[in-house]
Design a protein around this ligand. Structure first.
Ligand SMILES: [Zn+2]
Ligand SMILES: [Zn+2]
Length: 134
């Protein structure tokens, strides 16, 4: 996949890709550093690998409003990796990937919403089911 994206398949890029691909929710740079520094990758190498693979459209970079970038798979041909909304639990901070949704039909009714240009991130916030039970 890395070579198909036009990059050299370095060990750091391969480990980063494996972790992001295997993750059930978007990962931060800190998450990856925590898991990868034990096998010799340093934080700046991991950061560069994330940037390179985001530029090469392997990853999508999310800004969920807390000034922390998170990364997830972005390849359109993989099922479940097309752009989709995210749910952020304000109590525990867990992020859940939601089903892809086309929000354009919602904008037809309301003239004000014609001002909306390209939407890059849809974010829902609230309490996740386990936090709500407490
Ligand atoms: Zn929660
Ligand atoms: Zn996601």
């Amino acid at each position: 996949m890395i070579r198909e994206a036009g990059l050299r398949a370095t060990p750091a890029r391969i480990s980063v890709l494996q972790l992001v691909q295997g993750a059930t929710s978007p990962l931060t740079h800190a998450d990856l550093v925590e898991q990868l520094t034990s096998n010799g990758s340093d934080a700046s190498t991991i950061f560069r690998a994330l940037n390179d693979m985001t530029d090469a459209a392997l990853f999508r970079r999310l800004d969920l409003g807390d000034h922390v970038w998170r990364y997830e798979m972005a390849m359109e041909q993989n099922a479940g990796t097309s752009p989709h909304p995210h749910f952020l639990c304000l109590d525990c901070g867990v992020i859940t990937c939601l089903e892809p949704v086309d929000i354009r039909p919602l904008t037809k009714e309301n003239r004000e919403l014609r001002k909306v240009g390209k939407v890059t991130e849809v974010l829902l916030k609230g309490s996740c089911s386990s936090c709500q039970e407490e």
